[in-house]
Design a protein around this ligand. Structure first.
Ligand code: ADP
Length: 393
């Protein structure tokens, strides 16, 4: 059967069509600049890339364009070949402890969580409604970024803020990138042949978060109420003294929203280096002796090392550390910097293996903790849940 995984943002829509249960990617792509007359549709199919620039006014048009192109390029011959749709939803709050079949009630519940994720949940709902119009006879399943972390205990999800903030407004840590943390940690447990393994997953892309996983369950994670918490990222600051918000608002005559925008969009690699949010640009600049580019990377490396050390203690030791996502999978110097700092935990990098790509062990046989590169695959996780939840008896 064929399943389409959809990830709808405010002005973009990513999709992947998969053959299931074989987990084979048939086609994937993205619609960008939705709402503009020069929107971009891109699709990879059969090793070829296709690109169109055209007017796409809304998400419904974007869904139509995706389906039209899947038909035009012969990826599918008939709409009926698509048996299910999986939707990536950012915030499931405490409402959703697992992926769920989409009903009108579920759509309302996802909308009701918009206060917690104002940039994401409304766009996710638009994605669901658009694809439901085009593919209304097949199961649609909502897969949340947060559900994998719903196994965290209060000691790990509560902030030490007034308790009423939690009771009345659900102020707590939720964690994100859940499908990735789940996919990678479960794969590591499979490689180790140990479902009880103690694992840290370092998902380092433009957005970045770490998780501590034991018995295949998330015990702790670095992101919080929103994805701004945790380690410094491409454009996000990560955790900072919250008093900075009021101080900078006053000094720079900015509103709270503007300060938050700067912490989300102008901080991290971009903010510290003053150059770019892309790790490849910073690596180049470091070679030319750019000190702030080095500082930007060093700040993130230090934070990652601190989280791994924290999780090592929390889990009572570690069986594996897994690197994943754009930077985690590709930046070997970056991984080397992190693992070298973990020497006090008896972690030893195999420097030659670390230069390679793809799923592999990159620690030496003597290392007390195994280190892996495990490429993430959020779309496969979503498609698996469409099968598990959308077709259960
Ligand atoms: P997101 O899904 O959060 O947008 P990704 O996981 O796709 O992020 O990661 C994007 C980042 O990965 C880019 O900003 C870039 O810095 C980094 N990246 C991608 N490829 C490489 C590479 N070959 N070497 C180093 N960094 C890379």
């Amino acid at each position: 059967m064929k399943v389409i995984a959809v990830n709808a943002g405010s002005s973009s829509l990513k999709f992947q069509l998969l053959q299931m249960p074989e987990e084979i990617e048939l086609a994937s792509g993205i619609v960008e600049r939705i709402g503009k007359s020069d929107a971009i549709f891109q699709m990879k199919f059969n090793g070829e890339k296709h690109k169109l620039v055209l007017e796409i006014l809304n998400h419904k048009d974007a869904a139509d364009i995706v389906i039209k192109n899947l038909l035009d390029y012969g990826v599918i011959k008939d709409l009926k070949e698509i048996n299910g749709v999986g939707h990536r939803i950012v915030q499931g709050g405490e409402t959703f402890k697992d992926s769920v079949l989409v009903t009108d009630e579920v759509i309302k519940q996802i909308s009701d969580l918009s206060d917690l994720a104002p940039l994401h949940n409304p766009a996710n709902v638009t994605g669901i409604l658009s694809f439901k119009e085009v593919l209304n006879e097949v199961p649609h399943v909502a897969v949340f970024d947060t559900t994998f972390h719903q196994t965290m205990e209060p000691i790990n999800y509560l902030y030490a803020t007034p308790y009423e903030w939690y009771e009345n407004h659900k102020v707590r840590k939720y964690g994100f990138h859940g499908t990735s943390h789940q996919y990678v940690s479960h794969r590591a447990a499979e490689i180790l042949n140990n479902p009880k393994a103690k694992i840290v997953v370092a998902h380092i892309g433009n957005g970045a978060s770490l998780s501590a996983v034991k018995d295949l369950k998330s015990v702790n994670t670095s992101m919080g109420l929103t994805p701004l918490d945790g380690l410094p990222m491409g454009t996000r600051s990560g955790a900072i003294d919250p008093a900075i918000l009021g101080y900078i608002a006053k000094k720079e005559n900015m509103s709270l929203e503007e300060v938050l925008e700067a912490l989300n969009k102008k901080s991290g690699y971009l903010g510290v280096s003053g150059l770019s949010n892309d790790s490849r640009d910073l690596e180049e600049a470091i070679k030319q002796g750019h000190e702030r580019a080095k500082l930007a990377i060093d700040l993130q490396v230090k934070s990652i090392v601190n989280y791994i050390a924290q999780y090592y203690v929390e889990l009572g030791g570690l069986d594996a550390i897994c690197f994943t996502a754009g930077i985690g999978e590709n930046a070997s110097d970056f991984r080397e910097q992190i693992v070298e700092k973990l020497a006090p935990l008896g972690v030893i990098l195999d420097k030659e293996a670390n230069k390679l790509r793809g799923e592999r062990l990159i620690s030496t046989p003597e290392s007390k903790v195994k280190v892996f590169i495990i490429p993430t695959n959020e779309e496969v996780m979503i498609a698996r849940d469409v099968l598990r939840v959308g077709f259960q008896a």
